[in-house]
Structure formats: C-alpha cells, structure tokens
Ligand binder design. Sequence first.
Ligand code: AVJ
Length: 317
Amino acid sequence: MHVQARPTSLPAVDEFVQDVVAGLSRTPKTLPPRYFYDDVGSPLFEAITALPEYGLTRADERLLRQHAHEICRLAGGRAHIVELGSGSGRKTRWILEAFGKPAYHAIDVSAAALDQCRRELSPYSRILLHQGTYTDGLRTATALRGRDPVLVLFIGSTIGNFQPHDALAFLRHVRSALHPGDLFLIGFDLVKSGRTLVDAYDDPTGVTAAFNLNLLARMNRELGADFHLRSFAHEARYNEDARRVEMHLRSLRDQTVFLGAAQRQFHFAPGETIWTESSHKFVASELSAIAIDCGFREVAQWLDAEWPFAESLWSAV
Ligand code: AVJ
C-alpha cells in the first residue's frame, strides 16, 4: 500500500482561509460543501445516511449490491477500480467482492476517510490510497493501470453538489483521464416530492442541522473564527425550478464575526444566510444525453424502486 500525502498541512489551511474569505465576501454569502467533511462532519454524515428520512445512501447501496455482478460482467471481469471520494467503504465493498480482490485506488482529501477505507476494504481488494484532489488522484491512479481497463466509481450522488455547468466540466475531465472503453459508474439522486426532500435535508432529529452548523464550528477550531453557533439556524429548501435542495445557515441577529486566520471581519444582517450546499436532483431520462455530452455512452442504468435514484454505467467513447 502506498499513501500519497500532502507535503505539509499548511497549504490545506491556506486554501481553507482563502475559500472562506472569498465565500463570505460574496453576495449571497457561500461556503464550499467539501469543508463539511472533517473529524466531526464525516461521522455526522455517516449518521445522516442511517436516518429514515434520508433514503439516498440506502438506495445507492441496494443498487450496487443488486447489480455488482452484472457490472463486473459488463466490465469483462477485470479492471483497475478507481473511486473518487472514498466514503465509508460500505457500498464499495459489493463491487470489490464481485470483481474478486481487484486493484482498488481510493482517492479522498481526508486522511481519516482513507484510513477508514483501508480498514474496511483491504480484505476485499489490493488497495492503494491517494490523498488529495480528484484530479491529482485520478492522474496517479490511472498511471498505475498497466494493461488493465479502468472502472471509475463516483457513487453517492456527489455529482449533485456541483453547479450544473461545473458538473459537465468535471465529467469531461474524468473522461479525459480515461481510454476509450474504460467504464464510469455514477450515482444520481432523482427528483422526488419537495416534502420528501426537505425532510431528508432537515431531519427532525437535527443531525443534518449539526452537520451544517459544524462548518461554523470548524472555522472556529481551525481558522480562529468566533462564530456563535446558537446565533445561526440550519435551513433546507427545495428549489423546484432549479431542481436542487439548498442548505443555508441563517443569521438569527445582526452580528459581526471575526476570522482570526485572515484578520478580517464579516457582517451578517438579521436573516441573512450563508449558502453551504446545493444538492441537485436529476431525472432519469436526461442522463444518457449527459453521458454523450461528456464523451461517454450509457451502457446500463439501474433505478431503485423505493427511493428514486439512478446508478448509471457509462463507457468512454
Ligand atoms: C454526500 C453530497 C450526496 O447532497 O445529499 C447530506 C450530502 N448534505 N445531507 C447530499 C448531504 C446534507 C449529500 N452527498
């Protein structure tokens, strides 16, 4: 096993400060959702996936479990498997088992996530860990493919967190790292009722609220900020026209927050929000056109009956 670590931890902090300053200087204020996933946020996300209101992860896992052998068959029985965002490993296991101990590259920015991935998935694969961005990980992982075909996994509907335009650019970028005939397995959460979606992102237990508010706590811990967490409220709305769930943190009063790492302060009007995440929802019939648009063709598509979700298998053209 090899681990590609960041050179030092300093660039990570720099990037975090820069992203926070840029996001809080904007109107409306925004923060990138990738910063949710730290040592507090990642376990909170795991808890979200167990909530009865949040059916997304269970639908994804059902589909992977049910169709893993067919995916392996469609891949010709062997591949170097490369996963973008290693997650917890629980879902990926089904694929690795079907392929019978394949070479498996896990890519994630979080060392903790990779560590968990190694613990859970090394029994089922020849695992290689790549700490860093998807772009860098994809490059190093595919360089090690030898003569094998590559199967890239991008499950869990992480694609929904991109703005539509950025999503297409990202899918084309993935395609550019592949050879014709390589496969791409991607999960898409589908449109469902606004009520169901708001319940999924604003659960009555408050786990998603904690997940969202942890972003403020993380800035306090890592960037010397002085956010008063009780002065912000979690909010989830479904924007039906844009087909996305938006998560926000709403300022409950007029307040000024100091960001130590940047020696800057930011003002919040009462009711003003920080937009922390968009989770785009798709319709199954649009997916094959997206594949073609990005240099792939659709090989198969599987839908979950209980929670509208699509698992798509694409082949690089
Ligand atoms: C991991 C990006 C798929 O957008 O549904 C869960 C993250 N945010 N609850 C999603 C999330 C709030 C999740 N993804």
